[in-house]
Design a protein around this ligand. Structure first.
Ligand SMILES: *Cc1c(COP(=O)(O)O)cnc(C)c1O
Length: 410
């Protein structure tokens, strides 16, 4: 990875003058940690005592038998504390915050998952914590707001703009530039200005490092293919990075195809024709924007994939051809969820189910000696309302509608 924060023509740090000093401090601390083998040990030991690492590698015996093709393994990031790979990133950044001697963390959140993970980390490390969340999202995600507050965080509803994730990011940046001396901004994915993409990918790379060891122990060789869903790109980079140099391992990223790539209602920046190279939120990458550079509305059944930008590292690895990108539509994702639940007793998050959807379509076409791994980035409990609605079971629909109402009222 480059040290100036460019990956081919992507990345960089397009930031206001006032943030230069604090990003320099972060860079210094991050590279000092990265070059110190003891830091990685400290991180691994924290994750194994607090977040179920190493997460298991599960052989999907029933799916493998019934689909009749590739041998399918699942990497179980859903078993992390707070239910997703996001724990890897926030706990790693927490260790750095301690080293920088700061006492407060802030974060943006859309669906609330990154907010809950950050609030958890802040409680564990004893930091003050403020979470910025678009007002629309605060309304949509009451349970996550409840948990963030119980964990001790202050949740600030953002009333600017369209009152969603991108407005929350702007507000968090504003806070950061006012409070840099005490405050660290815990960015939630492998996006944003340098060194965030590299730093987040570094902490998440624990996924692929474990996978390589587990696969060598269980199969005596590397997998042939790895599949991961792509929102900002952190779980994908997490599982891919260790294998980038192993050219025989195919790497597949699956974006949100929403209602279909031809409908304009999707969040596919790399696998559709709608992504355009631009600069926003501090970095250069493919964004879903129109000719005037106005951000487009995105759509996905999975809130965690519903984002206009994508990691500059992934944008570069798309251009070099090292990673292949695809999309799965909302309805394909719901079907994949159903299959994962019925056949394997797994409840993947809707985000993760994008990787399942595409991989399970490929499996029957592959030979029995092909080994594929799907990254189950998170667990699907949080998606109960969406899934019950999509599966169209009337009895549960009614029950869940009532529950959703009671959520709205607390
Ligand atoms: C947030 C989230 C994602 C999307 O983020 P990436 O940075 O692309 O990994 C994917 N899966 C789950 C379960 C998430 O919570």
């Amino acid at each position: 990875m480059s040290t100036d924060g460019y990956y081919g023509r992507f990345g960089g740090a397009f930031i206001p003058e006032i943030l230069v000093a604090t990003l320099s401090q972060l860079k210094k601390e991050f590279y000092a940690a990265k070059n110190n083998p003891e830091f990685w040990q400290e991180y691994v030991s924290l994750m194994s005592s607090y977040s179920c690492r190493p997460t298991p590698l599960t052989f999907a015996e029933n799916l493998t038998r019934d689909l009749g093709g590739a041998k399918i393994y699942i990497k179980r990031e859903d078993l992390n504390h707070t239910g997703a790979h996001k724990a890897n990133n926030v706990m790693g950044q927490g260790l750095l915050v301690k080293k920088m001697g700061k006492s407060r963390v802030i974060a943006e959140t859309g669906a609330g998952q990154h907010g809950v993970a950050t609030a958890t980390m802040a409680a564990k490390f004893g930091f003050d914590c403020t979470i910025y969340m678009g007002e629309v999202d605060v309304e949509r995600q009451r349970p996550n707001v409840f948990w963030m507050e119980q964990l001790g965080a202050t949740v600030v509803p953002v009333r600017d703009g369209t009152r969603i994730l991108k407005d929350a990011i702007n507000e968090a940046l504003r806070d950061w530039s006012k409070n840099m001396d005490t405050t660290h901004y815990v960015l939630g994915t492998a996006c944003g200005p340098h060194p965030f993409p590299e730093m987040v990918a570094y902490f998440q790379s624990i996924i692929g490092q474990e996978l390589k060891q587990q696969m060598l122990a269980q199969e005596g060789r590397l997998p042939d293919q790895i599949y991961a869903c792509v929102g900002g790109g952190s779980n994908a980079l997490g599982i891919f990075t260790e294998f980038l140099k192993d050219k025989q391992v195919e790497l597949h990223g699956v974006e949100a195809g929403g209602e279909g790539l031809n409908t304009g209602r999707h969040a596919s920046r790399l696998s559709s024709k709608d992504g355009r190279v631009g600069v926003a939120q501090g970095y250069k990458t493919f964004f879903l924007e129109d000719e005037e550079g106005q951000m487009k509305e995105t759509h996905s059944v999975a809130a965690g994939l519903d984002y206009v930008g994508v990691s500059p590292i992934l944008a570069h690895l798309k251009e070099t051809g090292r990673i292949l990108f695809h999309a799965a539509t909302d309805s394909e994702v719901i079907e994949a969820m159903r299959i994962a639940m019925k056949k394997e007793g797994l409840i993947p998050a809707l985000e993760s189910a994008h990787a399942f959807a595409y991989a399970l379509q490929q499996a029957p076409k592959l030979s029995k000696d092909t080994i594929m791994v799907i990254n189950q980035s998170g667990r699907g409990d949080k998606d109960i309302f969406t899934i019950a609605d999509a599966l169209g079971d009337d009895q549960w629909k009614e029950f869940i509608k009532q529950k959703a109402k009671s959520y709205e009222s607390y």
